[in-house]
Design a protein around this ligand. Structure first.
Ligand code: GTP
Ligand code: MG
Length: 220
């Protein structure tokens, strides 16, 4: 997508209170501090659109960003991170979990879930696994992104991608995308995945493909 307009559109901390304009949604999921808000800023070429923080637990509501370009529109959905130990258990297990869960179970038109995993961990954590199992059981298309790739050398990055592919039991030929918001590694690759999901989630997809012979490949 050639991005033409990005807007912070809607924030809710109340489960079930969502925008209703039916744009395809790209949902960003992962542990607290894994880099969801940073990934959104990097994909959208904005420095401070989504609030990021060194301390985990920054995003405590669901934020929707409206993204427009190349004749397409979609929402990026920044969800609160799970698994942050310093939040009182009651809040963590009820309020935040309710926010994430109610969103996931809603009828919002999720085009693809982006599951983020820290490349330095040697595989998904138990909470990641629970999330991934849920996505699979509910047949949600999912793309896996390994964040903070700049923290590992090139050879360790490649090994980590293989290790995660095995632990996530991805089908042959499918691998998680190493991403760095510092170097931009992975950005073009992830955009091409997003573009195809956004196109599929938009009305008239079949006709456009027939007319043009392909999905837009311009990822800037
Ligand atoms: P919550 O909102 O608490 O769930 O966190 P989050 O997943 O949105 O994480 P956030 O984007 O706030 O990033 C957490 C920290 O990781 C920040 O200090 C970021 O600067 C850092 N970070 C994110 N992505 C990268 C990356 O690719 N490379 C490096 N070196 N640091 C990163
Ligand atoms: Mg955040």
């Amino acid at each position: 997508m050639k991005i033409q307009d990005v807007r912070s559109e809607f924030t809710t901390s109340r489960p079930g209170d969502y925008p209703s304009d039916a744009l395809p949604e790209i949902a960003f999921l992962g542990r607290s501090n894994v880099g969801k808000s940073s990934l959104i800023n990097s994909l959208l070429n904005r420095k401070r659109l989504a609030r990021t923080s060194k301390a985990p637990g920054r995003t405590r509501a669901i934020h929707w960003y409206r993204v427009e370009g190349s004749g397409q529109r979609c929402h990026f959905v920044d969800l609160p991170g799970y698994g942050y130990a310093r939040v009182p258990r009651r809040v963590r297990e009820h309020e935040w979990a309710a926010l994430i869960e109610t969103y996931l179970r809603s009828k919002q038109p999720m085009a693809v879930a982006i599951q983020l995993l820290d490349i330095r961990r040697e595989g998904p954590t138990t909470l990641d696994e629970q999330m991934i199992e849920w996505l699979r059981a509910n047949e949600r298309p999912t793309t896996y992104v390994l964040t903070k790739a700049d923290k590992l050398s090139r050879s360790r990055r490649a090994r980590a991608a293989q290790l995660f592919a095995r632990k996530l039991q991805l089908p042959d030929g499918m691998r998680p995308i190493p991403y760095s918001t510092v170097t931009g590694e992975g950005r073009a690759e992830l955009w091409s995945v997003l573009d195809s999901h956004i196109a599929k989630g938009s009305p008239g997809y079949g006709e456009r493909l027939a007319g043009r012979g392909g999905v837009d490949e311009d990822h800037r």
